[in-house]
Design a protein around this ligand. Structure first.
Ligand code: PMP
Length: 288
């Protein structure tokens, strides 16, 4: 495995970051999770744009251009001879001293890892997931906006651990108003009487690239999709629920907090979106 760090490639054993890097000391940095299918990187431009938006929001100046960053992602896939993989692109504040201030961090650290991905076990794509609501609320957009894909994932990790303790592989996170925000690592879509609803980003969600793809597919499929606030009640009485994320793709949910969703099986719309998304990932992307 060859790992990109600041313009050079290193063997996995030699791919090392300083203990003074503020990405490690403070979670001060940003990242992207990207997928390649069939020799093409899916939605590369969208991921690069979100990365630079995250950087701008936290006043981090990425020292390479967007085009160079995109090339670095493609080159990492090439160096590893991968046609299907998960790519982790990370930009940290860089090496500084032990103080909080980023002033002493002279240059952001950029690293890229391309590797095989462990998805949820296949049976959950056909049978659906059982999820629970975490009591850990999603970080308020007024504190640290979840729209920024920052290295500060402890909020999500605490929720994920709650899910694990309850025997659930994913958890729904509410915002401080008690409205549905997203999941620990996925966005959420709810279907009732043929209308598909996902919470607006300002509820406290990441603007997911898969979410964006589903919105595009909804137009192609002539589905009625809207962004609207959702409560747990809306989840309990839904006909169908599915989650979206680069790693998870589209995964059905058949149980929430012990309530069976719809008839307890992945619904028709969910299956349509899974199949349309599968086709989309294979027919588009930037060639490696
Ligand atoms: N929300 C959170 C908190 C995430 O970490 C992710 C990415 N795993 C998503 C949503 C989904 O975003 P994307 O579709 O861009 O992967």
């Amino acid at each position: 495995m060859k790992i990109y760090i600041d313009g050079k490639f290193y063997a996995k054993e030699d791919a090392k970051i300083s203990v003074f890097d503020h990405g490690l000391l403070y979670g001060d940095g940003i990242f992207e999770g990207i997928r390649a299918y069939n020799g093409r990187v899916f939605r590369l431009d969208e991921h690069i744009e979100r990365l630079y938006d995250s950087a701008k929001a936290i006043l981090l100046n990425i020292p390479v251009s967007r085009a160079e960053m995109a090339q670095a992602v493609l080159e990492t896939c090439r160096q590893n001879n991968l046609k299907e993989c998960y790519i982790r692109l990370v930009v940290t504040r860089g090496v500084g001293n032990l103080g909080l201030s980023p002033d002493r961090c002279e240059r952001p650290t950029i690293f890229i890892i391309a590797a095989a991905l462990e998805l949820y076990p296949q049976k959950f794509y056909t049978e659906g997931l059982s999820v629970v609501t975490a009591s850990t609320v999603r970080t308020s957009p007024a504190a640290l906006n979840p729209a920024v894909k920052s290295l500060n994932y402890l909020n999500n990790i605490m929720a994920k651990i709650e899910g694990k303790l309850a025997g659930a592989l994913e958890v729904i996170m509410l915002n401080s108003e008690g409205l549905v925000a997203e999941c620990s690592g996925d966005n959420i879509f709810v279907i009732k009487h043929g209308r598909i609803v996902t919470p607006p980003i300002y509820m406290g969600a990441l603007g997911g690239i898969t979410r964006q793809s589903v919105m595009g597919l909804a137009e192609e499929l002539k589905a009625d999709l809207r962004e609207m606030p959702l409560t747990r009640y809306d989840l309990f009485v839904a006909d169908e629920i599915f989650l979206t994320g680069t790693g998870a793709e589209i995964i059905p949910v058949v149980q929430v907090d012990g309530r069976v969703i719809g008839d307890g099986k992945p619904g028709e719309w969910t299956r349509k979106f899974i199949s349309a998304y599968h086709d989309l990932t294979r027919r588009s992307g930037t060639p490696i």
